[in-house]
Design a protein around this ligand. Sequence first.
Ligand code: CS2
Length: 468
Amino acid sequence: MRLSAQTLSRLPAAVARPLYDRDAQQVGIVHFGIGAFHRAHQAWYTDAAMNAGDRDWAITGVSLRSPGVARQMNPQDGLYCVAEQSGDGSALRVVGSVRNVLVASEEPDAVIAAVAAPSTRIVSLTVTEKGYCRAANGDLDFAQAHSLSFYYFVTQALLRRRAAGLPGLTLMPCDNLADNGAKLRALMLQYLARHEPDLVAWFTAHCTCPSTMIDRIVPATTEDDRTMVASALGGLQDEACVVTEPFSQWVIEDHFAGPRPRWEAVGAQLVQDVAAYETAKLRMLNGAHSLLAYCGLAAGHTFVHEAVADPTLQALATGLMTDEAARTITPAPGQDLDAYAQALIARFANPALNHRLIQIAMDGSQKLPQRWLETLAANAATGRPCPAILTGISAWLHHLTGANGVVDDPLSHQLTTLVARHPDPRDAVHALFTGDGPLAGVWEPTEADLGAVVAAFAKIKEGSDARG
Ligand code: CS2
């Protein structure tokens, strides 16, 4: 028997559930990219806000292509369980904020209608870094931003809203990109200027794109997780459950085109400027994550908690955070970057989360500029070396040789061909990061940097070859 509106009353009394009348809520948010992260983060905060008395912020989720999440959630009336896990045990809550999930490739008109509906005030996005369809220079890649991208659906809906005299929307990106609000706005304006130039002035006057810093570690759900959740739900099967850590953080630029949920009443921080939080999170947490992923895989580990238990790798991750990344950040008032680094090591060590290194290793070409290259560039300006990140770059090169299996990256063909053509890491670094390389324009390696990469690469390769 599946979790659903009908079976909710069968849940064991200890399991928390929605305290509001779900059927009476209007949809206020349309969310593109309703994966595990959104379900454990924004939808969870929104459910908490409605539990605390807020109304009419139900969410329509959109998957652009894959029907997987719709098949999991729609038969459950959008209900699912968030299980927070740590060494101290687990806490479960059934979340009710998601009304339904649409699959854009199957029902494009329903997606446009949802965004154009009068009750919708916010369109939010977790489409991953590559979902913004950027070319290497950061501009919109029009070939990628075609009729199955969120740009198309939002534009069609904005045309309808303008024609109907409805208010504009807040477009809120929740992906790990630096300055994500300003980036989304610039890309959206490029799309409109090409496809609907008439709409540019209306968009500028009626829509906003606040930046957000989002943080919660959410590994991909496994069959074991589903079995554990079903047993905690008294036997009810939940195909859409997510497992996460107890920690969560959401810092949002308070720049909305219209109303918004009272997320600040349930732990989110609404601020004037998210930059310091966002930079710290991307360069420290995500920077250390990518380091642990590539170096950890090279050292034969599978999970983040295993990699961070390895003293050499823990020292490397701490070095990246405190000696390299933190040095490039001007903290916001009250922000303590050393304490942040320590807390991150403790979060990575959570033994109850099976967070796979290979999941983090995905899409390096989209992640490394804001995680590593900006730190390298900022330190280069003051002549400070970055041995940990350079070791990370060596481990990424090793990853691109296919050492950890098939490379999962939108640029995989280009990257793996380039690394195969340049077996000397010095040449590979030049070809990747300089000239017209796929990651050029952020960081210029010095001779000393190249020497460090060559030495680290040899060590990584030796260790990995020795293990067979
Ligand atoms: C991770 C992030 O997969 C990855 O690349 O670094 O998803 C990370 O777990 C989250 O950003 C934590 O907030």
